[in-house]
Design a protein around this ligand. Structure first.
Ligand SMILES: Cc1cc2nc3c(=O)[nH]c(=O)nc-3n(C[C@H](O)[C@H](O)[C@H](O)COP(=O)(O)OP(=O)(O)OC[C@H]3O[C@@H](n4cnc5c(N)ncnc54)[C@H](O)[C@@H]3O)c2cc1C
Length: 494
């Protein structure tokens, strides 16, 4: 008899997605993450939840349609985290011809049919406000609908839902070794203590570490995969509206400029081959200049590397060799089953947009080993998402009526991060001081305690960069105060 039905190594979007899906089917689940949830790929995510318009160029209409359908499922499931946006694609005379872009947006609309989004439009940038921040040379643009998402919060709230369904989530817990017999026996270094857990099935969802996990932890041959480093930069806000720009670059890539955390613009992304140790990935100076140069082709206001206030890099994993085309974008899934031995599922890569579906497929592959419930996540809410996506502003009004002392930006941030679960932070507070100490603009002691108790936050960076992006604005003295507060806070575990 094993302690768990499924043990998952890796607390990125793939790992937590499987944990949530499996726990919701009534299985006994443990997830092991060596650092913080979403601390790897999700922390360098481009924040897009989309069909990937440019994939149409490769004739991938079916893949785009599936991604658009998933985008809309996620919009319904997580209306607090997912924001519908208009994407503005200026015509550049040296790049794709306007007729091709127009045809592309038309097809994109058709593939998204049935979704709640506005159809694409042609904009005259010489008079339209979308043209104001751009150089005069740009007279025409196509505008289409897509979404953005906070992937870090998506990871944490998947884990929260898994835990709400009974899953055990360990962070700061490295799986050092896994031995296979009729069950898996895992040796885990859990916050410095060695623990043994047993499980009927194992999922290797360790992203960029997949090959290393196979070789050193499982002592099995791994799949042939290669890594690419993707980098993005954050600068002070470059335009006043809330739409996303999609700029065609001279190497055929599309670079996005996305409104980010109210006062900033996120610019991404650039991808390069990476052959080093996944633990050492960092932003290269070349990538920063590449992104500055790419947007300087379009915006009137120039940016230089010195204007970058934050930069992030992460590793994407792709299958190499003969299977490369098959697994190029939708992620890799392989079930290794042997008579008399516990099964091993390996999964990595794929897009943020299709992660829910990927977890569902993973569980379908594992289904023959368990008596569990059937697919359930397509109609389920992510914690805090129990309202309609079109009612975000109505929810905001409700929050102000209930907690009138909240400033506009504060209420908006809490609703976008926690949805209806902001109630668990604010409770019966009548005035701001009921929420305890304040760090930076509006991070309160009540919120910090909530994050420590219910969202596995242990260190200031878990809160400042992954549960929120308050690290962009919080002064050094407040960070120190936050660190002192967290080291003294005693909270009941999630
Ligand atoms: C750079 C980049 C760009 C992307 N761009 C897009 C995009 O444009 N559009 C889109 O839709 N999607 C995009 N994605 C995809 C999306 O972000 C991923 O699907 C998603 O983040 C899945 O990551 P993961 O769970 O496989 O891996 P990760 O998030 O890397 O998680 C793996 C985890 O395993 C942990 N781990 C490793 N070894 C151990 C061990 N021995 N014990 C315990 N834990 C361990 C690591 O600490 C890590 O947290 C991108 C991904 C990346 C990385």
């Amino acid at each position: 008899m094993a302690d768990f039905d499924i043990a998952i190594i890796g607390g990125g979007l793939n790992g937590v997605g499987v944990a949530r899906d499996a726990a919701g089917r009534g299985l006994k689940v443990i997830l092991l993450e060596q650092n913080d949830l979403g601390g790897a790929a999700a922390s360098s995510s481009p924040h897009l939840l989309h069909g990937n318009f440019i994939d149409l160029e490769q004739g991938a209409a079916l893949r785009v349609r599936q991604a658009l359908a998933e985008r809309d499922i996620m919009l319904r499931s997580a209306p607090h985290l997912v924001r519908p946006k208009r994407f503005v694609l200026p015509v550049h005379e040296a790049e794709r011809p306007p007729a091709m872009l127009k045809a592309g947006t038309y097809v994109y609309d058709r593939l998204a049919s049935g979704g709640p989004h506005k159809k694409s439009e042609t904009l005259d940038l010489t008079i339209h406000e979308m043209g104001h921040p751009l150089k005069r040379a740009f007279g025409l643009a196509f505008e289409y609908s897509d979404c953005t998402v906070d992937e870090n919060r998506l990871v944490v709230l998947n884990a929260r839902d898994a835990a709400d369904h009974g899953a055990t989530i360990w962070t700061g817990a490295r799986c050092a070794r896994a031995d296979r017999s009729e069950v898996w026996k895992l040796a885990v270094i859990n916050r410095g203590n060695r623990e043994i857990v047993t499980s009927r099935a194992l999922v290797n969802a360790t992203g960029a570490w997949t090959a290393r996990t196979a070789a050193t932890v499982l002592q099995l041959p791994g799949v042939q995969a290669s890594l690419s480093r993707t980098s993005q930069i954050v600068v002070k806000r470059m335009f006043d509206h809330d739409n996303v720009y999609a700029f065609q670059n001279d190497d055929k890539r599309v670079i996005h400029a996305i409104p980010f955390e109210r006062d900033f613009t996120l610019i991404g992304r650039v991808e390069r081959k990476f052959s080093g140790d996944p633990d050492t990935v960092s932003v290269a100076a070349d990538d920063v200049s590449y992104l500055c140069k790419a947007v300087n082709r379009y915006f009137r206001e120039r940016i230089e590397p010195a204007d970058v206030v934050h930069a992030m890099s992460g590793l994407n994993v792709q299958v190499d060799g003969p299977l490369k085309t098959r697994w190029r974008r939708d992620g890799y899934l392989n079930l290794d089953r042997k008579f008399g031995e516990a099964p091993l599922l390996t999964m990595f890569g794929g897009t943020t947009t299709t992660a829910r579906r990927r977890a569902e497929v993973a569980m379908t592959r594992l289904a023959p080993f368990f008596l569990g419930e059937s697919n359930w996540t397509a109609d389920a809410k992510i914690p805090g998402g129990d309202f309609d996506y079109s009612k975000f502003n109505a929810e905001l009004d409700k929050a102000w009526q209930r907690w009138p002392f909240l400033g506009g930006r504060h209420a908006q941030r809490l609703l976008a991060a926690y949805g209806t679960r902001m109630e668990a932070i604010l409770g019966n507070a009548k005035i701001m001081s009921d929420l305890g100490s304040v760090f930076g603009e509006d991070l309160t002691g009540a919120e910090v305690r909530y994050l420590m108790a219910h969202e596995w936050a242990r260190f200031p960076d878990d809160i400042l960069w992954r549960r929120s992006k308050l690290g962009l604005t919080m002064p050094a003295k407040d960070r120190e105060a936050l660190a002192a507060f967290m080291s003294q806070a005693t909270v009941a575990a999630a």
